[in-house]
Design a protein. Structure first.
Length: 135
């Protein structure tokens, strides 16, 4: 189990107990990959060490409600426009728990910008450039 303050852009297999501070209304979005319509919502969740934005997709949108506390297992962090987002993912689970604590909303981890790693291209495999024929 980790605390919000311990989350990093590389966090994987996250186990955390979070309280939902707020949740926006779901909206319909289209996937850039397959152009399929999805439901998406974002929620501010946190614990006594800070808060982070949680992105919810499709069936997970309805699994959480404002004002309730949840145990997330096997979650992960992604960067969206340089800011951290907590995700449930297809291997993660979230369930409601009875636990009370004060949320530290002043330490918003999603307000801090992080450098996004450059995506590798097909050409990165050929670092010397010697693969390409001379003309």
């Amino acid at each position: 189990m980790v605390k919000c303050k311990d989350l990093t852009p590389r966090s994987r297999k996250v186990g955390i107990v979070v309280h939902v501070v707020s949740k926006e209304e779901p909206k319909g979005v289209r996937s850039k990959r397959d152009r399929v319509a999805h439901q998406m919502s974002e929620a501010i969740v946190g614990d006594d060490t800070g808060v982070v934005l949680m992105t919810l997709w499709d069936e997970n949108v309805e699994k959480i409600s404002s004002g309730k506390t949840y145990l997330l297992t096997n979650g992960y962090i992604t960067l969206f426009r340089g800011t951290m987002r907590l995700n449930i993912g297809k291997y993660g689970e979230i369930k409601e728990v009875e636990k009370a604590f004060e949320v530290d909303a002043k330490n918003n981890l999603s307000e801090k910008l992080h450098a996004e790693p450059r995506r590798a291209s097909d050409y990165d495999r050929f670092s010397s450039g010697s693969f390409w024929p001379d003309h």
